[in-house]
Design a protein around this ligand. Structure first.
Ligand code: 5GP
Ligand code: ZN
Length: 111
């Protein structure tokens, strides 16, 4: 997708070290961490919102949610973590390519 920063990262056009990568997703560090550890799990399929879900996209999101707990220890998240998916303007979404925030490495404050 043109002008999508995460598509550019996935394509290698913008360098960003990958902590994990397979054919469906990548995990990178957030450039502006909001916790001691802050990762982004980014499906390689471009779409912005959960409301745009179809069967193929749902498969990829399901895959991410299966993979994240398997990766937790190697990412330093063995003591727990918080998952956030920002949706749309009111949700604070700034990159319109669906992604899952993983926050941890410390005890996080409540909402
Ligand atoms: P959103 O606000 O859309 O839920 O999350 C977008 C996140 O992407 C933000 O936390 C922001 O810091 C992060 N981000 C934006 N541009 C880049 C980038 O070029 N590299 C990395 N690693 N993170 C980015
Ligand atoms: Zn994209």
């Amino acid at each position: 997708m043109e002008n999508c920063i995460f598509c550019k990262i996935i394509a290698g056009e913008i360098p960003s070290p990958r902590l994990y990568e397979d054919d469906k997703m990548i995990v990178i560090r957030d450039i502006e961490p909001k916790a001691k550890l802050h990762y982004l799990c980014i499906p390689k399929t471009h779409f912005a919102l959960l409301s745009e879900m179809d069967e193929a996209r749902a498969e990829v999101v399901k895959y991410c949610f299966e993979k994240i707990p398997q990766l937790a220890s190697e990412l330093g998240l063995q003591d727990g973590y918080r998952i956030i998916i920002n949706q749309g303007e009111n949700g604070g979404q700034t990159v319109h390519h669906l992604h899952i925030h993983l926050l941890g490495g410390e005890v996080l404050g409540g909402f």
